[in-house]
Ligand binder design. Structure first.
Ligand SMILES: [Zn+2]
Length: 167
């Protein structure tokens, strides 16, 4: 059987990127020895190695959803987000739920308290993450130009609107 990532080499391992464990010891087993009840991707030796070391990005699909794995991190490729409606925050106002389709139904991505940001977050699934990276990278940088400082402040503002849900 061919590897489900590169579709070239023969399968050497059963890979379980979505559980039950995230570290390499539980994620890779010999075919047939995998944990029941969790998705299995059959991979070759080279793809396993790349998944662990990050030497090259490894692509795979599961239930029609596309993923990329690199350095033991698995990310969905361009997930599509949608407005899941408004939810009450225990009397502390309301927030719009941003949802995404997932293999098992749908998943809550973020609760957005400022409705003006909802269309942007829905249109650009990477936006929340991009804002986080900007805010983190420049958190304590006092050598920014005025324009750079303004850009970082905007990213922080967008981030404040989206209270990301820990999964
Ligand atoms: Zn492969």
């Amino acid at each position: 059987m061919k590897c489900q990532c590169c579709h070239e080499q023969e399968v050497s391992y059963a890979w379980q990127p979505f559980g039950p464990g995230k570290d390499a010891n539980t994620a890779f087993t010999l075919p047939g020895n995998h944990y029941r009840g969790f998705p299995v991707i059959k991979v070759c030796f080279a793809c396993k190695s790349a998944i662990e070391t990050g030497d090259f990005p490894v692509h795979f699909t599961y239930k029609g959803f596309r993923y990329i794995a690199r350095g033991n991190e698995v990310k969905e490729v361009k997930p599509s987000f949608w407005d899941g409606g408004t939810s009450d925050l225990n009397g502390l106002g309301s927030a719009t739920m941003i949802m995404k389709d997932a293999p098992d139904g749908s998943e809550l991505v973020a609760m957005v308290v400022d409705p003006t940001f909802v269309p942007s977050f829905v249109a650009l699934p990477d936006l929340i993450e991009a804002c986080e990276q900007i805010a983190q990278t420049f958190a304590d940088d006092d050598k920014l130009t005025r324009e750079q400082g303004l850009a970082v402040a905007r990213a922080r503002l967008a981030l404040k609107a989206a209270k990301e849900v820990q999964s």
